[in-house]
Design a protein around this ligand. Structure first.
Ligand code: ATP
Ligand code: TZE
Ligand code: MG
Length: 267
């Protein structure tokens, strides 16, 4: 492992001092993402209005920005919050949902990238397109394997001076120099909408807990999903029962089990 603290130690620290995480996320994800953060031990707040998003970022410990259900008013809130987080030295995470699909999304993401996100989390199609490649994504769904996005992720991390996380069957995390793969999870995860969006919020929670180890925090959050996903899949009959089992598995996960089951290898 190339991180300073283990995922389990970070999970424990997060539960001992729950971070306030401002999540600007989409209408589809709001409920499940808030429940995921509560199950993991963080305090979520879904605050996006332009009138208050910047002010709220001043009191939150981390910010996450997801463009899933975008509108002009939301963009103003996202930019105000990102600026406030950056100027207060707090980590913020960008989730560029389907940014390749329309000019509106592409422009919004370009403006957000200019505000220097600390971490970028997306699926393989999103990360390939963000680095300037040809992606096969269909709407919000990835149609590319993560292995194909590894080079794109490294280039994007260098260009943006950010940690980049690509998720899928095997996750990949890089800061441009270090890189790891994380295995685990379940094929049922992409069958439940907005689990990726929820993971982005959890990455924010881990980053709030370990702001001096952003790479390790990202690996910690992804490992938590991988281990909880694997546990939830054991008794699941399909996406419906997987969804509630996943929340239960997250809430039941302890630091020792996480560290014993997390499979992180250098890439
Ligand atoms: N085939 C798979 N096997 C195991 N885990 C998976 C698989 N596909 C996705 N995951 C896991 O699901 C979680 C969400 O990642 P995914 O790449 O599906 O996000 P996403 O496409 O942004 O999702 P959404 O847009 O629906 O929120 C991650 O923890 C990832 O590791
Ligand atoms: C289905 C969907 N549409 C816009 S955002 C979202 C959630 C998964 O990204
Ligand atoms: Mg997504």
């Amino acid at each position: 492992m190339q991180t300073r603290t283990t995922p389990g130690a970070m999970l424990k620290a997060m539960r001992e001092k729950p971070p306030l995480v401002q999540c600007i996320t989409n209408y589809v994800a709001m409920n499940i993402a808030a429940n995921v953060l509560l199950a993991a031990g963080a305090s979520p707040a879904m605050v996006h209005a332009a009138e208050e998003a910047g002010e709220f970022a001043g009191i939150a410990n981390a910010l996450t920005v997801n463009i899933g259900t975008l509108s002009t008013q939301w963009i103003d809130g996202m930019q105000a919050a990102a600026k406030a987080a950056t100027s207060a030295g707090k980590p913020w995470v960008l989730d560029p949902v389907a940014h390749y699909a329309t000019a509106f999304r592409r422009d919004a993401v370009a403006a957000l990238l200019a505000l220097k996100p600390t971490i970028i989390r997306g699926n393989a199609s999103e990360i390939i397109a963000l680095a300037g490649g040809e992606s096969r994504g269909q709407g919000v769904d990835s149609r590319d394997p993560v292995e194909q996005a590894e080079g794109s992720a490294r280039r994007l991390a260098e260009r943006q001076q950010a940690v980049v996380a690509v998720t899928g069957a095997v996750d990949f995390v890089t800061d441009g120099e270090r890189a790891v793969r994380i295995t685990g999870g379940s094929a049922l995860m992409p069958q439940v909408t907005a689990l990726g969006c929820s993971l982005t919020c959890l990455v924010g929670a881990f980053a709030a807990t370990a702001p001096d180890d952003i790479f390790g925090a990202t690996v910690g959050a992804l490992s938590t999903f991988a281990v909880a996903g694997e546990a939830a899949a054991l008794g699941a009959a399909g996406p419906g029962s997987f969804a509630w089992r996943f929340l239960d598995a997250l809430a039941a996960l302890d630091a020792e089990t996480l560290d014993a089951r997390a499979r992180v290898s250098a890439a």
